[in-house]
Design a protein around this ligand. Structure first.
Ligand code: MG
Length: 207
């Protein structure tokens, strides 16, 4: 399986990092070794002094496909999760400055927190999905998938032109504003609204 991530998919987040608002999805990948599941703690890595949280809605691909057409995009994912795209912002800044690839800043071990999945029938895809991240019980990021620059359909249509999607692939769909550094001892909690109300999707302690 592969993990495809979309960058700068919320206008307010693109602006907070002084990035231009993209006209096409910004795409990168993480390896499967980046996954951090089952509420396991995140161990602060020695290579960075500025790890940021980015809370994101995650799609699970349920059907193989390439060149997906917009009208069929919804049939290619069957479940939604919430995750964190941990980012070594200091390394990312160095990579961006030099025009280097930024995998060391984005795709390192345990950089992809992932909650359990909720079937898409349990969320409102038409209205969009509200979600938030709490750091030590204070809300630090709040988003709503209706605010995405590129919708789930746009993302699937675009990425499947380049990468054949296969069952079990994950797509991290971008983060809203409010990204910021984590410290050892922090507890991050991700929340998402489903048809059962607000659900706590994951807890991640920084160790
Ligand atoms: Mg991200």
């Amino acid at each position: 399986m592969k993990i495809i991530c979309i960058g700068r998919n919320y206008v307010d987040h693109a602006k907070e990092l002084h990035n231009p608002v993209p006209t096409k999805p910004v795409v990168f990948m993480k390896p499967s070794t980046a996954l951090l599941v089952n509420n396991k703690p995140f161990y602060y890595p020695e290579f960075s002094k500025n790890i940021h949280h980015e809370v994101e809605v995650v799609l699970r691909i349920c059907k193989n496909g390439r060149h997906i057409q917009p009208q069929y995009a919804r049939t290619y994912f069957d479940a939604i999760a919430l995750g964190i795209d941990f980012t070594a912002r200091d390394l990312q800044a160095q990579c961006k400055q030099k025009g280097y690839p930024w995998e060391i800043a984005k795709a390192f071990d345990d950089s992809a927190v992932l909650s359990p999945f909720v079937p898409i029938e349990q969320v409102d895809l038409d209205e969009g999905i509200p979600f938030r991240l709490e750091r030590n019980d204070q809300i630090v990021q709040q988003g709503h998938t209706a605010q995405m620059i590129f919708s789930f359909t746009d993302i699937l249509t675009y990425v499947s032109k380049f990468f054949r999607l296969t069952v079990g692939d994950l797509i991290y769909t971008g983060t809203p504003a409010g990204v910021g550094p984590v410290q050892i001892g922090d507890v991050l909690k991700g929340w998402m609204q489903t048809q059962k109300g607000w659900q706590q999707m994951f807890v991640c302690e920084i160790k």
